[in-house]
Structure formats: C-alpha cells, structure tokens
Design a protein around this ligand. Structure first.
Ligand code: SF4
Ligand code: SF4
Length: 163
C-alpha cells in the first residue's frame, strides 16, 4: 500500500506549513514539550519536508492547547495540521496502544473510562446518583451508541487494523 501524501493533504485542506521559518516560537510556547519529547517546530519541519510523521510518537503528545497556533508569527494552523496528521495516521492503522485501548473501551462500554465501584462510592458520598445519566444508567442505549460508532467507521479504524 502506498504511503499517503501528508503534505498534499494538508495543503489541500488549507493548512499551509510551507511558510514556516523555523523560528521555534511554537516549541517555546508548548507546555507539553516541557514534560515530553514533543518538539512542535520539528513536527512542522517534518510536515514541510513531507518526511514520515505518521510513526512519530510525538504526534500524540500535543494537548491541543493552541498556544503555538495563537503565537505563530506566520499564522500557521499548527494544531489543526497536527490533528489532520493524526487523522491520517489512524486511517493508516497507526495508533498508540493506549489510545487503541481507550477506543476499544468506548466501543465496548460507550465510555472511555467505564465507571467502577470506587467512583460509584465517590458519587454517592457527593450526594449524586450512583450512576451518571449515560449508558451506565441506560444500558439499552448502548446499542445506539454502537450503531453511531459503526456508522462512522470508528469500529473498523480501531479493530480491523489491529496488529
Ligand atoms: S512558530 Fe510558526 S513559523 Fe515559527 S517554527 Fe513554529 S510553525 Fe514555524
Ligand atoms: S497545541 Fe499542542 S503543540 Fe501546540 S503548544 Fe499546545 S501542546 Fe504544544
């Protein structure tokens, strides 16, 4: 299978990264980069060169705070580009194991973080109902959630391309 042309997809979507002058304002503004290996400027440089970004784990370290995008002197839609690259990656079956696990939980339970006994107890202590107004309380709605997820192909993205 041929590799997707990420740069062309970005350009076609109006996400022009070619004007990046590698000033580093984005990296310097990035709170995630202080705690992870994420180097936003490097991601943009890779996008400009159309070199392999899809297997770069840093792609998933962005917290989408938009600091970089708001400050980029060239007005580059950095986060929108990162999100699009992530989308392309997922369609290629590339997903971090933790994200795949979370996605599987959504498919199975309709929740990324299904409730457990400890959380039920906390809710009761706070004067809340034990179960929230979700599929936890209305399990019959889970079938609708699954239909929605299947209708947009989410189940195939998560399950079919499992390695
Ligand atoms: S702030 Fe903008 S111009 Fe500067 S390196 Fe980042 S993407 Fe490029
Ligand atoms: S949006 Fe992402 S890349 Fe940009 S500053 Fe925030 S965490 Fe860093």
């Amino acid at each position: 299978m041929s590799e997707p042309d990420v740069l062309k997809t970005l350009q076609d979507a109006g996400l022009d990264v070619l004007t990046c002058m590698q000033c580093g304002t984005c990296s310097g503004s990035c709170p995630s980069g202080r705690y992870t290996s994420l180097n936003t400027r490097r991601i943009v440089r890779k996008a400009r060169k159309n070199s392999d970004m899809l297997h770069d784990d840093d792609l998933w370290m962005c917290a989408t705070c938009y600091n970089c995008q708001e400050r980029c002197p060239r007005g580059i839609k950095i986060v929108d580009a990162i999100l699009m690259i992530r989308t392309i990656a997922v369609h290629e079956g590339i997903m971090l194991p933790a994200h795949r696990k979370i996605s599987e939980l959504v498919l199975k339970h309709g929740h990324a973080v299904p409730i457990n006994d400890a959380t039920k107890e906390k809710r009761k202590n706070l004067g809340l109902e034990e179960l929230p107004e979700t599929v936890h309380k209305y399990p019959e709605a889970l079938a609708d959630v699954k239909t929605l997820l299947e209708s947009c192909g989410f189940d195939k993205l998560v399950v079919e391309k499992q390695e």
